[in-house]
Design a binder for this molecule. Structure first.
Ligand code: KIV
Ligand code: ZN
Length: 512
């Protein structure tokens, strides 16, 4: 079996998904989970793009010990310098430089001749090599580039010091046969190609990102790039869990393996979905909630007689357990702490107490507290910043009936510590609730997206809400969970407002 390296870009390309904005604590939490999942390389962000990205890349670089941490940079000296500042504390730092090579990008975007593009790429790889030992160089829009030109520039950047060559299908245009042929061509026409890792990076605009990645591997790629749940620009990137499980399940056909711990798939996928607010479609391969559900009677009968009649992947293989009651009303703090650890959380004493109190509260309302419920509570508490004064929901009441106009009364404690209260009417219950909260918050708010899902199944399932707001011209997201849908909705709305306040306070502190 040939070992294929996995390069995760959830925190960079994945974070470029419309509407996703992760804060530093959330990024670090995902990075720690990616390390647990066993990715070989993780792209922590684009340090030169903003102060927030710089800080997140730096913190991840300084924390992660078992995975190489990389940062994206344009072929520009200042990007390389900033990336080094962010990444120099990493145990295994690396740089990811990119420059477009397709005629359309070179002419219209870069406004450079092919010769100038070669010169820039070579000079910047040499410049980066003064600091970074490991340099990945990406030929942006490789799949729409001229093959001979691509082979030429690749040879030059390897001579200049690149250690990984990445060929992205930037716009998700390639077909598997074509993309495979590109890798074969590069393997056969770049004399020094065996000195480096050859990597693929596929986008999913035509739904072929995973198939294209596997075609690249069959034709010489030694690294696959992608994201958890396939999130990313536009239609997203290749879903890493799908690539890994396909190689595993079809190991009779594909002589390749990854170093991923497949049992961590569910947790990794849940964490990314929760923190990004990008819900996973029910029928998504591997991680969708229906991925292991058999609906037709004939299939159910077959599975009962012999699971492999209709089941090619076992849920256990990807970390999906039966998810029934694990702790109840009478469970103690010790058992709770052990369970939190099993779910991957190391909580401070203060956060543990907060999580335990929420758990106890939930056991009063819900007969069965599942792993999914606990994971939701723990994720919320672990990623909460407590040091900054924010809005706190003290109580709310919503009146809804088909005969009257819905109204809501809300009482909040504002960041100044004052209690404020208001009542507003609107067309619906959530609208009334949001309008009332809006009237109590001293910021300009506009709701742009709202969603509500249940955590797990059953009529007493926990509700989870996700919102996107524009707060004073800045887009922020928020999430909240509760036993009741209105409480979850209120929590999500206020969470978005509070995230804005935390962002502003952190920005202000870094200016000070
Ligand atoms: O899709 C792409 O081309 C990229 C590069 C920056 C590698 O994400
Ligand atoms: Zn990309």
């Amino acid at each position: 079996m040939k070992r294929i390296k996995i390069f995760d870009t959830t925190l960079r390309d994945g974070e470029q998904s419309p509407g996703v904005n992760l804060n530093q604590i959330e990024k670090l939490e995902i990075a720690k989970q990616l390390e647990r999942f066993g990715v070989d390389r993780m792209e922590a962000g684009f340090a030169a793009s903003s102060k927030g990205d710089f800080n997140a890349v730096k913190e991840i670089a300084n924390t992660i010990q078992n995975t190489s941490v990389t940062g994206l940079a344009r072929c520009v000296k200042s990007d390389i310098d900033i990336s080094w500042e962010a990444l120099k504390g990493a145990k295994y730092p690396r740089l990811h430089l990119f420059l477009a090579t397709s005629p359309i990008h070179m002419e219209y975007k870069l406004k450079k001749t092919p010769e100038e593009v070669v010169e820039t790429a070579v000079n910047m790889v040499k410049y980066a090599k003064e600091r970074f030992q490991e340099i990945e160089w990406s030929a942006e829009d490789a799949s729409r580039s001229d093959k001979e030109f691509l082979a030429h520039i690749i040879e030059k950047v390897i001579d200049a010091g690149a250690t990984v060559i990445n060929l992205p299908d930037t716009v998700g245009y390639a077909t598997p046969a074509e993309f495979g042929a590109l890798f074969k061509y590069i393997k056969e026409n770049v004399p020094n190609i065996d000195k480096v890792d050859l990597s693929c990076h596929c986008h999913n605009d035509l739904g072929m990102a995973v198939a294209n990645s596997i075609a690249a591997v069959e034709n010489g790629a030694t690294q696959v790039e992608g994201t958890i749940n396939g999130i990313g620009e536009r239609a997203g990137n290749a879903s890493l869990e799908e690539v890994a499980v396909a190689l595993k399940i079809r190991s009779d056909y594909y002589p390749y393996e990854t170093g991923l711990n497949l049992k961590e798939i569910k947790r990794t996928s849940d964490l990314v979905s929760k923190l990004t607010g990008m819900h996973i479609q029910a029928n998504k391969a591997i991680t969708g909630r229906n991925a292991f559900a058999h609906e037709s009677g004939i299939h159910q009968d077959g599975v009962l007689k012999h699971a492999s009649t209709y089941e090619i992947i076992t849920p256990e293989m990807v970390g999906v357990n039966s998810n029934t009651l694990f702790l109840g009303k009478h469970s103690g703090r010790h058992a709770f702490k052990d369970k939190a650890k099993e779910l991957g959380y190391q909580l401070s004493d203060e956060k543990l107490k907060e999580a335990f109190d929420s758990f106890k509260q939930l056991t009063d309302q819900k007969r069965e507290v599942t792993d999914d419920d606990l994971f939701t509570i723990l994720t919320e508490i672990q990623t909460e910043t407590s040091a900054i004064h924010k809005y706190k929901l003290d109580m709310f009441q919503v009146q809804y009936g088909t005969a009257n106009e819905p109204s809501a009364t809300v009482k909040l404690t504002n960041p100044q510590g004052e209690t404020v209260e208001a009542t507003e009417k609107a067309q619906g219950s959530v609208e009334a609730l949001y309008k009332t909260i809006d009237s109590l918050v001293n910021e300009e708010l506009k709701l742009v997206d709202y969603s509500l899902n249940s955590v797990g199944r059953g009529k007493d399932a926990l509700a989870e809400s996700f919102v996107q707001l524009i707060v004073n011209d800045e887009q922020v997201s928020g999430r909240g969970s509760a036993q009741d849908v209105l409480a979850a909705s209120a929590n999500a709305f206020l969470n978005a407002v509070n995230r804005y306040i935390v962002q502003q306070t952190t920005k202000q502190r870094s200016v000070d």
